[in-house]
Design a protein around this ligand. Structure first.
Ligand code: GLC
Length: 429
Protein backbone atom coordinates (compact mmCIF):
# COMPACT_ATOMS: atom_id res chain seq x y z
CA UNK A 1 0.00 0.00 0.00
CA UNK A 2 3.00 2.33 -0.59
CA UNK A 3 3.61 3.23 3.03
CA UNK A 4 6.99 4.31 4.31
CA UNK A 5 6.35 2.98 7.82
CA UNK A 6 5.77 -0.67 8.56
CA UNK A 7 2.49 -1.64 10.25
CA UNK A 8 4.55 -2.47 13.34
CA UNK A 9 5.93 1.08 13.43
CA UNK A 10 2.46 2.58 13.05
CA UNK A 11 1.18 0.27 15.80
CA UNK A 12 3.89 1.48 18.15
CA UNK A 13 3.08 5.13 17.49
CA UNK A 14 -0.64 4.49 17.94
CA UNK A 15 0.00 2.65 21.19
CA UNK A 16 1.95 5.67 22.44
CA UNK A 17 -1.05 7.94 21.84
CA UNK A 18 -3.41 5.60 23.64
CA UNK A 19 -1.01 5.55 26.59
CA UNK A 20 -0.72 9.35 26.56
CA UNK A 21 -4.49 9.80 26.83
CA UNK A 22 -5.14 6.90 29.20
CA UNK A 23 -6.59 8.01 32.55
CA UNK A 24 -6.54 4.53 34.11
CA UNK A 25 -10.11 3.33 33.68
CA UNK A 26 -11.09 5.53 30.74
CA UNK A 27 -9.36 7.37 27.91
CA UNK A 28 -9.76 11.03 26.97
CA UNK A 29 -10.13 11.79 23.24
CA UNK A 30 -7.23 14.24 23.43
CA UNK A 31 -5.55 16.34 26.06
CA UNK A 32 -6.98 19.89 26.42
CA UNK A 33 -9.82 20.05 23.88
CA UNK A 34 -11.71 17.01 25.26
CA UNK A 35 -10.67 16.23 28.86
CA UNK A 36 -13.43 13.69 29.77
CA UNK A 37 -14.81 10.33 28.64
CA UNK A 38 -16.86 10.44 25.45
CA UNK A 39 -19.26 7.62 24.66
CA UNK A 40 -18.54 6.50 21.11
CA UNK A 41 -14.91 7.50 21.42
CA UNK A 42 -14.53 4.99 24.26
CA UNK A 43 -16.20 2.14 22.36
CA UNK A 44 -14.01 2.76 19.32
CA UNK A 45 -10.93 3.16 21.48
CA UNK A 46 -11.50 -0.24 23.06
CA UNK A 47 -11.06 -1.70 19.57
CA UNK A 48 -7.53 -0.36 19.48
CA UNK A 49 -6.71 -1.22 23.09
CA UNK A 50 -7.58 -4.88 22.56
CA UNK A 51 -4.53 -5.34 20.34
CA UNK A 52 -2.17 -4.66 23.20
CA UNK A 53 -4.16 -5.13 26.40
CA UNK A 54 -7.50 -6.96 26.33
CA UNK A 55 -8.46 -6.39 29.99
CA UNK A 56 -7.86 -2.66 29.54
CA UNK A 57 -10.14 -2.65 26.48
CA UNK A 58 -12.97 -4.28 28.45
CA UNK A 59 -12.39 -1.86 31.33
CA UNK A 60 -12.96 1.09 28.96
CA UNK A 61 -16.44 -0.29 28.23
CA UNK A 62 -17.25 -1.20 31.84
CA UNK A 63 -16.39 2.34 32.95
CA UNK A 64 -18.71 3.84 30.37
CA UNK A 65 -21.61 1.59 31.31
CA UNK A 66 -21.18 2.29 35.03
CA UNK A 67 -22.68 5.68 34.18
CA UNK A 68 -25.73 4.37 32.36
CA UNK A 69 -28.85 6.21 33.48
CA UNK A 70 -31.69 4.44 35.30
CA UNK A 71 -33.89 4.79 32.21
CA UNK A 72 -31.27 2.97 30.08
CA UNK A 73 -29.59 5.90 28.34
CA UNK A 74 -25.80 5.93 28.14
CA UNK A 75 -24.67 9.56 28.25
CA UNK A 76 -22.48 11.23 25.65
CA UNK A 77 -19.91 12.55 28.14
CA UNK A 78 -18.94 11.38 31.62
CA UNK A 79 -17.26 14.21 33.54
CA UNK A 80 -14.97 12.08 35.71
CA UNK A 81 -12.81 14.96 36.89
CA UNK A 82 -13.31 18.68 37.01
CA UNK A 83 -11.65 20.54 34.16
CA UNK A 84 -12.63 24.03 33.12
CA UNK A 85 -10.94 23.67 29.73
CA UNK A 86 -14.20 22.43 28.23
CA UNK A 87 -17.55 24.15 27.72
CA UNK A 88 -20.38 23.32 28.40
CA UNK A 89 -19.31 21.61 31.61
CA UNK A 90 -21.36 19.76 34.25
CA UNK A 91 -22.85 22.90 35.79
CA UNK A 92 -24.55 23.76 32.49
CA UNK A 93 -25.96 20.26 31.97
CA UNK A 94 -27.05 19.92 35.61
CA UNK A 95 -28.25 16.34 35.20
CA UNK A 96 -27.94 15.64 38.93
CA UNK A 97 -25.78 12.50 38.70
CA UNK A 98 -23.23 11.72 41.43
CA UNK A 99 -20.51 11.57 38.79
CA UNK A 100 -21.79 14.28 36.45
CA UNK A 101 -22.76 13.41 32.88
CA UNK A 102 -24.39 15.17 29.98
CA UNK A 103 -28.07 14.49 29.33
CA UNK A 104 -27.92 13.32 25.72
CA UNK A 105 -26.43 10.24 24.10
CA UNK A 106 -24.13 9.33 21.18
CA UNK A 107 -23.92 6.69 18.40
CA UNK A 108 -24.12 3.21 19.97
CA UNK A 109 -20.99 1.50 18.73
CA UNK A 110 -20.98 -0.71 21.83
CA UNK A 111 -22.50 -3.83 20.25
CA UNK A 112 -20.01 -3.78 17.41
CA UNK A 113 -17.09 -3.29 19.79
CA UNK A 114 -18.20 -6.04 22.18
CA UNK A 115 -18.60 -8.55 19.37
CA UNK A 116 -15.08 -7.91 18.11
CA UNK A 117 -13.54 -7.97 21.54
CA UNK A 118 -15.41 -11.16 22.32
CA UNK A 119 -14.86 -13.10 19.10
CA UNK A 120 -11.17 -12.26 18.73
CA UNK A 121 -10.30 -12.62 22.43
CA UNK A 122 -7.25 -14.56 23.49
CA UNK A 123 -8.23 -14.21 27.16
CA UNK A 124 -11.53 -16.01 26.61
CA UNK A 125 -12.49 -16.37 30.27
CA UNK A 126 -12.29 -12.63 30.82
CA UNK A 127 -14.08 -11.98 27.53
CA UNK A 128 -16.94 -14.24 28.53
CA UNK A 129 -17.26 -12.62 31.97
CA UNK A 130 -17.13 -9.13 30.54
CA UNK A 131 -19.60 -9.84 27.77
CA UNK A 132 -22.01 -11.41 30.25
CA UNK A 133 -21.85 -8.24 32.33
CA UNK A 134 -22.29 -5.88 29.41
CA UNK A 135 -24.96 -7.72 27.40
CA UNK A 136 -28.00 -6.71 29.49
CA UNK A 137 -26.74 -3.13 29.78
CA UNK A 138 -26.31 -2.64 26.05
CA UNK A 139 -29.64 -4.36 25.47
CA UNK A 140 -31.33 -1.83 27.79
CA UNK A 141 -29.68 1.01 25.92
CA UNK A 142 -30.96 -0.35 22.59
CA UNK A 143 -34.45 -0.63 24.02
CA UNK A 144 -34.18 2.88 25.43
CA UNK A 145 -33.56 4.18 21.90
CA UNK A 146 -36.62 2.56 20.41
CA UNK A 147 -38.83 3.44 23.39
CA UNK A 148 -37.83 7.07 23.76
CA UNK A 149 -36.62 8.18 20.36
CA UNK A 150 -39.16 6.37 18.22
CA UNK A 151 -42.45 6.97 20.05
CA UNK A 152 -44.52 6.15 16.99
CA UNK A 153 -42.67 2.87 16.40
CA UNK A 154 -41.48 3.62 12.90
CA UNK A 155 -38.36 1.48 13.35
CA UNK A 156 -36.06 4.53 13.15
CA UNK A 157 -34.85 6.67 16.04
CA UNK A 158 -34.48 10.45 16.05
CA UNK A 159 -31.72 12.59 17.51
CA UNK A 160 -32.80 15.55 19.57
CA UNK A 161 -29.45 17.37 19.55
CA UNK A 162 -26.77 17.48 16.81
CA UNK A 163 -24.15 16.40 19.36
CA UNK A 164 -25.93 13.06 19.65
CA UNK A 165 -25.07 12.27 16.04
CA UNK A 166 -21.35 12.65 16.70
CA UNK A 167 -21.34 14.86 13.57
CA UNK A 168 -21.86 18.10 15.44
CA UNK A 169 -22.06 20.76 12.70
CA UNK A 170 -23.03 18.67 9.66
CA UNK A 171 -24.82 20.44 6.81
CA UNK A 172 -27.67 18.03 7.62
CA UNK A 173 -28.66 20.14 10.59
CA UNK A 174 -28.66 23.56 8.87
CA UNK A 175 -32.30 23.71 7.77
CA UNK A 176 -33.80 22.13 10.92
CA UNK A 177 -31.58 24.37 13.05
CA UNK A 178 -33.38 27.42 11.73
CA UNK A 179 -36.30 26.30 13.86
CA UNK A 180 -34.20 26.29 17.03
CA UNK A 181 -34.40 29.69 18.72
CA UNK A 182 -31.48 31.46 20.37
CA UNK A 183 -33.28 33.93 22.59
CA UNK A 184 -32.88 33.75 26.33
CA UNK A 185 -29.71 31.66 26.47
CA UNK A 186 -27.32 32.49 29.28
CA UNK A 187 -24.13 34.33 28.25
CA UNK A 188 -21.23 31.91 27.76
CA UNK A 189 -17.61 31.64 26.76
CA UNK A 190 -16.49 28.89 24.41
CA UNK A 191 -13.35 26.98 25.38
CA UNK A 192 -12.81 24.96 22.22
CA UNK A 193 -11.33 28.00 20.46
CA UNK A 194 -8.47 28.05 22.98
CA UNK A 195 -7.39 24.63 21.69
CA UNK A 196 -8.31 24.64 18.00
CA UNK A 197 -8.47 26.95 14.99
CA UNK A 198 -11.82 28.79 14.83
CA UNK A 199 -11.95 28.17 11.06
CA UNK A 200 -12.01 24.41 11.77
CA UNK A 201 -14.81 24.55 14.36
CA UNK A 202 -18.59 25.19 14.45
CA UNK A 203 -19.76 28.81 14.22
CA UNK A 204 -21.12 30.98 17.07
CA UNK A 205 -24.61 30.81 15.62
CA UNK A 206 -24.49 27.02 15.78
CA UNK A 207 -23.16 27.11 19.34
CA UNK A 208 -26.03 29.37 20.43
CA UNK A 209 -28.51 26.82 19.12
CA UNK A 210 -26.65 23.88 20.69
CA UNK A 211 -26.97 25.69 24.00
CA UNK A 212 -30.60 26.64 23.59
CA UNK A 213 -31.43 22.96 23.21
CA UNK A 214 -29.39 22.02 26.28
CA UNK A 215 -31.15 24.68 28.38
CA UNK A 216 -34.55 23.60 27.03
CA UNK A 217 -33.98 19.94 27.96
CA UNK A 218 -32.57 20.95 31.34
CA UNK A 219 -35.79 22.89 32.01
CA UNK A 220 -37.63 19.60 31.41
CA UNK A 221 -35.45 17.91 34.04
CA UNK A 222 -33.88 15.62 31.46
CA UNK A 223 -37.03 13.52 31.49
CA UNK A 224 -36.72 11.28 28.45
CA UNK A 225 -40.44 10.59 28.41
CA UNK A 226 -40.82 14.26 27.42
CA UNK A 227 -37.71 15.32 25.53
CA UNK A 228 -38.36 13.83 22.09
CA UNK A 229 -41.78 15.39 21.63
CA UNK A 230 -40.71 18.68 23.21
CA UNK A 231 -37.72 19.11 20.93
CA UNK A 232 -37.94 21.38 17.88
CA UNK A 233 -35.05 19.29 16.55
CA UNK A 234 -35.94 15.66 15.76
CA UNK A 235 -33.66 14.29 13.08
CA UNK A 236 -33.57 10.74 11.79
CA UNK A 237 -29.99 10.20 10.69
CA UNK A 238 -29.37 7.16 8.44
CA UNK A 239 -25.79 6.84 9.71
CA UNK A 240 -26.82 6.87 13.34
CA UNK A 241 -29.61 4.38 12.72
CA UNK A 242 -27.23 2.12 10.79
CA UNK A 243 -24.84 2.11 13.75
CA UNK A 244 -27.71 1.22 16.07
CA UNK A 245 -28.92 -1.56 13.75
CA UNK A 246 -25.41 -2.98 13.55
CA UNK A 247 -25.06 -2.74 17.31
CA UNK A 248 -28.30 -4.74 17.76
CA UNK A 249 -27.17 -7.37 15.24
CA UNK A 250 -23.71 -7.71 16.75
CA UNK A 251 -25.06 -7.88 20.29
CA UNK A 252 -27.40 -10.63 19.14
CA UNK A 253 -24.41 -12.60 17.79
CA UNK A 254 -22.67 -12.46 21.16
CA UNK A 255 -25.89 -13.23 23.01
CA UNK A 256 -26.45 -16.33 20.86
CA UNK A 257 -22.91 -17.52 21.51
CA UNK A 258 -23.57 -17.21 25.25
CA UNK A 259 -26.98 -18.85 25.11
CA UNK A 260 -29.12 -15.77 25.76
CA UNK A 261 -31.69 -16.51 23.12
CA UNK A 262 -34.41 -14.08 24.27
CA UNK A 263 -32.03 -11.14 24.33
CA UNK A 264 -30.68 -12.17 20.94
CA UNK A 265 -34.15 -12.45 19.47
CA UNK A 266 -35.19 -9.05 20.78
CA UNK A 267 -32.13 -7.40 19.25
CA UNK A 268 -32.54 -9.19 15.91
CA UNK A 269 -36.15 -7.96 15.76
CA UNK A 270 -35.15 -4.35 16.49
CA UNK A 271 -32.40 -4.54 13.86
CA UNK A 272 -34.64 -6.00 11.19
CA UNK A 273 -37.37 -3.44 11.76
CA UNK A 274 -34.80 -0.66 11.49
CA UNK A 275 -33.28 -2.14 8.34
CA UNK A 276 -36.69 -2.36 6.66
CA UNK A 277 -37.48 1.23 7.62
CA UNK A 278 -34.17 2.55 6.22
CA UNK A 279 -35.66 2.40 2.75
CA UNK A 280 -37.81 5.45 3.62
CA UNK A 281 -34.56 7.48 3.87
CA UNK A 282 -33.36 6.68 0.36
CA UNK A 283 -33.04 9.84 -1.74
CA UNK A 284 -32.87 9.02 -5.41
CA UNK A 285 -31.66 12.42 -6.67
CA UNK A 286 -28.44 12.20 -4.66
CA UNK A 287 -28.05 8.43 -4.98
CA UNK A 288 -27.72 7.84 -1.26
CA UNK A 289 -29.63 7.95 1.99
CA UNK A 290 -30.50 11.28 3.62
CA UNK A 291 -31.64 12.54 7.01
CA UNK A 292 -35.33 12.87 7.68
CA UNK A 293 -36.59 15.92 9.53
CA UNK A 294 -39.41 14.52 11.65
CA UNK A 295 -40.84 17.90 12.66
CA UNK A 296 -40.98 19.27 9.10
CA UNK A 297 -41.83 15.84 7.68
CA UNK A 298 -39.25 16.10 4.90
CA UNK A 299 -36.02 14.46 3.76
CA UNK A 300 -33.05 16.83 4.11
CA UNK A 301 -31.45 18.05 0.93
CA UNK A 302 -27.93 17.20 2.04
CA UNK A 303 -25.47 14.64 0.68
CA UNK A 304 -23.49 14.01 3.86
CA UNK A 305 -21.49 11.09 5.16
CA UNK A 306 -24.51 10.08 7.27
CA UNK A 307 -26.15 8.67 4.15
CA UNK A 308 -23.04 6.70 3.26
CA UNK A 309 -22.53 5.30 6.73
CA UNK A 310 -25.90 3.66 6.13
CA UNK A 311 -23.97 0.81 4.49
CA UNK A 312 -23.23 -0.46 7.99
CA UNK A 313 -26.86 -1.54 8.36
CA UNK A 314 -26.56 -4.58 6.06
CA UNK A 315 -28.52 -3.11 3.18
CA UNK A 316 -30.10 -4.83 0.19
CA UNK A 317 -27.47 -5.59 -2.48
CA UNK A 318 -28.64 -2.89 -4.91
CA UNK A 319 -28.45 -0.21 -2.24
CA UNK A 320 -24.97 -1.28 -1.15
CA UNK A 321 -23.87 -1.12 -4.80
CA UNK A 322 -25.33 2.38 -5.08
CA UNK A 323 -23.32 3.48 -2.05
CA UNK A 324 -20.17 2.07 -3.66
CA UNK A 325 -20.94 4.12 -6.77
CA UNK A 326 -21.45 7.18 -4.61
CA UNK A 327 -18.06 6.75 -2.92
CA UNK A 328 -16.46 6.25 -6.36
CA UNK A 329 -17.96 9.59 -7.44
CA UNK A 330 -16.62 11.30 -4.33
CA UNK A 331 -13.21 9.78 -5.01
CA UNK A 332 -12.94 11.73 -8.24
CA UNK A 333 -13.30 14.98 -6.31
CA UNK A 334 -10.92 14.49 -3.38
CA UNK A 335 -7.45 13.14 -2.68
CA UNK A 336 -8.47 11.36 0.50
CA UNK A 337 -11.63 9.40 1.15
CA UNK A 338 -14.25 9.71 2.59
CA UNK A 339 -15.20 13.42 2.82
CA UNK A 340 -17.90 14.13 5.39
CA UNK A 341 -19.80 16.17 2.83
CA UNK A 342 -20.09 16.17 -0.94
CA UNK A 343 -17.48 18.61 -2.39
CA UNK A 344 -19.78 19.53 -5.27
CA UNK A 345 -22.23 21.09 -2.78
CA UNK A 346 -21.59 24.82 -2.17
CA UNK A 347 -21.91 24.20 1.59
CA UNK A 348 -18.86 21.89 1.58
CA UNK A 349 -15.99 23.25 3.70
CA UNK A 350 -12.77 21.22 3.50
CA UNK A 351 -11.51 22.19 6.96
CA UNK A 352 -14.59 22.79 9.06
CA UNK A 353 -15.21 19.77 11.27
CA UNK A 354 -18.12 17.70 9.89
CA UNK A 355 -18.78 19.82 6.79
CA UNK A 356 -16.10 18.28 4.59
CA UNK A 357 -13.07 16.81 6.40
CA UNK A 358 -12.45 13.07 6.59
CA UNK A 359 -12.49 11.24 9.88
CA UNK A 360 -10.79 7.88 10.36
CA UNK A 361 -13.53 6.52 12.60
CA UNK A 362 -16.11 7.08 9.90
CA UNK A 363 -13.80 5.51 7.33
CA UNK A 364 -13.48 2.53 9.62
CA UNK A 365 -17.23 2.06 10.06
CA UNK A 366 -17.77 2.42 6.31
CA UNK A 367 -15.14 -0.22 5.59
CA UNK A 368 -16.86 -2.64 7.94
CA UNK A 369 -20.12 -2.08 6.07
CA UNK A 370 -18.41 -2.47 2.71
CA UNK A 371 -16.68 -5.68 3.77
CA UNK A 372 -19.96 -7.12 5.02
CA UNK A 373 -21.41 -6.31 1.58
CA UNK A 374 -18.41 -8.08 -0.06
CA UNK A 375 -17.08 -4.79 -1.43
CA UNK A 376 -13.59 -5.60 -0.25
CA UNK A 377 -11.45 -3.70 -2.79
CA UNK A 378 -13.06 -0.33 -2.03
CA UNK A 379 -12.73 -1.06 1.68
CA UNK A 380 -9.02 -1.76 1.20
CA UNK A 381 -8.59 1.45 -0.73
CA UNK A 382 -10.18 3.48 2.06
CA UNK A 383 -7.97 1.73 4.61
CA UNK A 384 -4.84 2.43 2.57
CA UNK A 385 -5.77 6.10 2.14
CA UNK A 386 -6.45 6.39 5.86
CA UNK A 387 -2.97 5.11 6.67
CA UNK A 388 -1.43 7.44 4.11
CA UNK A 389 -3.10 10.34 5.91
CA UNK A 390 -1.38 9.28 9.13
CA UNK A 391 1.99 9.18 7.44
CA UNK A 392 1.48 12.60 5.89
CA UNK A 393 -0.15 14.38 8.79
CA UNK A 394 0.08 12.38 12.00
CA UNK A 395 -2.71 11.32 14.34
CA UNK A 396 -5.03 14.30 13.97
CA UNK A 397 -8.69 14.59 14.93
CA UNK A 398 -9.71 14.99 11.24
CA UNK A 399 -8.18 15.89 7.87
CA UNK A 400 -8.74 18.12 4.86
CA UNK A 401 -9.78 15.63 2.14
CA UNK A 402 -8.12 17.72 -0.58
CA UNK A 403 -4.69 18.42 0.94
CA UNK A 404 -4.56 15.83 3.71
CA UNK A 405 -3.74 18.64 6.16
CA UNK A 406 -4.33 17.79 9.85
CA UNK A 407 -7.22 19.65 11.53
CA UNK A 408 -8.71 20.00 15.04
CA UNK A 409 -6.94 18.35 17.97
CA UNK A 410 -3.70 16.39 17.73
CA UNK A 411 -2.52 13.08 19.28
CA UNK A 412 -6.08 11.92 18.92
CA UNK A 413 -7.09 8.71 20.64
CA UNK A 414 -9.72 7.30 18.30
CA UNK A 415 -7.59 8.05 15.26
CA UNK A 416 -4.81 5.97 16.86
CA UNK A 417 -7.25 3.17 17.69
CA UNK A 418 -8.48 3.02 14.10
CA UNK A 419 -4.91 2.86 12.82
CA UNK A 420 -4.39 -0.19 15.01
CA UNK A 421 -7.48 -1.79 13.54
CA UNK A 422 -6.43 -0.98 9.96
CA UNK A 423 -2.95 -2.36 10.57
CA UNK A 424 -4.29 -5.61 11.97
CA UNK A 425 -6.72 -6.18 9.10
CA UNK A 426 -8.66 -8.60 11.22
CA UNK A 427 -12.05 -7.67 9.87
CA UNK A 428 -15.00 -9.93 10.34
CA UNK A 429 -18.06 -10.02 8.09
C1 GLC B 1 -16.48 16.10 18.79
C2 GLC B 1 -17.01 15.12 17.75
C3 GLC B 1 -17.67 13.93 18.44
C4 GLC B 1 -16.66 13.30 19.39
C5 GLC B 1 -16.05 14.32 20.36
C6 GLC B 1 -14.88 13.77 21.15
O1 GLC B 1 -17.51 16.66 19.53
O2 GLC B 1 -17.90 15.75 16.88
O3 GLC B 1 -18.12 13.01 17.51
O4 GLC B 1 -17.23 12.26 20.10
O5 GLC B 1 -15.58 15.44 19.65
O6 GLC B 1 -13.90 13.25 20.31
Amino acid sequence: MNLISTPAELMTKAEGILALNDRGSYTVPTHGLYPFQWNWDSCLVSLGQRHTNEPRAWLELHTLFEHQWDDGMVPHIVFHELDDGYFPGPEIWATGKSVPTTGITQPPVAGLAIRRLFEDATDTANAKRSAERLLPLVDRWHQWFYNHRDPERTGLVALIHPWESGRDNSVDWDAPFERVPVDGIAPYERRDLQHADAAHRPTKDQYDRYLWLVEHFRDLNWDNTKLHDASPFQLVDPGFNAILIRSCDDLAEVAEALGHTELAKRNRTMAQKGRDAMESLWQENIGQYACYDRVANTLCDSASIGGILAVLAGLPKARAKAIVKRIETLKEQVNYLVPSHDPSDARFDAKRYWRGPCWLIVNYLITIGLRSADEVSLAQEIEAQSLRLIETSGFAEYYDPMTGEPCGGSSFTWTAAMVMEFCQERHIA
